[in-house]
Design a protein around this ligand. Structure first.
Ligand SMILES: *[C@@H]1O[C@H](CO)[C@@H](O)[C@H](O)[C@H]1NC(C)=O
Ligand SMILES: *[C@@H]1O[C@H](CO)[C@@H](O)[C@H](O)[C@H]1NC(C)=O
Ligand SMILES: *[C@@H]1O[C@H](CO)[C@@H](O)[C@H](O)[C@H]1NC(C)=O
Length: 273
């Protein structure tokens, strides 16, 4: 069914209006990441908008990766499409309806202790039991020396003061733009077992943020995770988008979905200056 002539006029007017809005927003200097093929500015439809990485003149920084099919995943093909249109107006329904299909450890996400420790899983320590007080509060963004994984020695060299409870570790992964490459790259930087143990023994850190899909380096995939999960009070937040953010102290807000029974969840994380 095609729109009647007055309806078509209205649609056209709305389309032109939103094109004008997009032009003025993108002209205001708000950042859209250049690595997106679709930054939203190329489409001028009734619902066209601009995908932003910062809001309010840079006061709020989005450190969550958009769910693009090209996000990396295990294997060469990337994550693939996660939003599937299952009812379409083009096919005669009165509304469009999409379904979400993905593993819960895709893109920017966090882990619950049941991810790799059976007794925590059996105890029901799912993502819905994670402490929102840990996930929201002041956080330190630090640069890890680029020539190393996050070992005990690297941790020591960072001199993170006692009392700091949330740290986002930016590494060589960000320089290598690994989250912007669709093939999974197992040479990413992460925690070694002794690095994880050093953090547990010598710091007050309860939120550990990293810039690739796993908090643990590939050679320590299970062992470093298990060190963090032992006491179940540390929350790894993985796949953060830390490009173009200055090191320093911010207010961090991370909110996972309340997925009952799930050992991981997508999470929206933002920094506020
Ligand atoms: C719409 O119909 C076409 C043709 O029958 C079909 O290929 C497509 O999958 C349908 N899409 C949805 C979202 O129902
Ligand atoms: C519904 O989905 C169809 C097929 O992708 C698209 O052409 C149409 O613009 C959508 N309509 C709305 C209102 O989003
Ligand atoms: C980190 O460890 C991985 C293996 O777990 C290795 O492939 C990579 O080269 C290491 N990176 C650095 C910078 O040492």
């Amino acid at each position: 069914m095609s729109p009647s002539p007055p309806m078509a006029m209205l649609l056209l007017a709305v389309t032109m209006l939103s094109c004008a809005l997009v032009t003025s927003v993108s002209g205001s200097g708000l950042a859209a990441h250049p690595a997106y093929s679709d930054d939203g500015t190329g489409t001028c439809g009734p619902v066209a908008g601009t995908r932003l990485e910062e809001y309010d003149g840079g006061r709020i920084v989005d450190i969550t990766h958009a769910y693009r099919p090209e996000l990396p995943a295990a294997g060469p093909d990337g994550l693939g499409r996660v939003v599937h249109l299952i009812m379409s107006m083009a096919n005669g329904t009165l509304f469009n309806l999409s379904e979400l299909r993905m593993v819960v450890h895709a893109g920017t996400h966090l882990d619950a202790p049941g991810h790799m420790v059976q007794e925590h899983f059996e105890a029901g320590l799912d993502v819905d039991k994670l402490d929102l007080a840990v996930l929201n509060g002041p956080a330190l963004l630090v640069d890890v020396p680029r020539n190393t994984n996050i070992t005990a020695q690297a941790m020591k060299s960072l001199n993170i003061p006692k009392g700091v409870r949330r740290v986002l570790f930016r590494t060589l992964n960000t320089d290598r733009k690994l989250m912007w490459k669709k093939a999974g790259d197992m040479s990413y930087v992460g925690f070694t077992e002794d690095g994880a143990q050093w953090l547990v023994d010598n710091t007050d850190i309860k939120l550990v943020g990293v810039d690739y899909l796993s908090v643990a380096a590939f050679d320590y995939l299970i062992s470093a995770h298990v060190v963090f999960f032992k006491k179940p009070d540390i929350i790894p937040v993985e796949g953060l988008k830390l490009d173009d953010v200055e090191a320093g102290v911010y207010m961090l807000h991370c909110l996972p979905l309340r997925l009952v029974g799930a050992e991981g969840s997508p999470v929206r994380c933002i920094l506020i200056k």
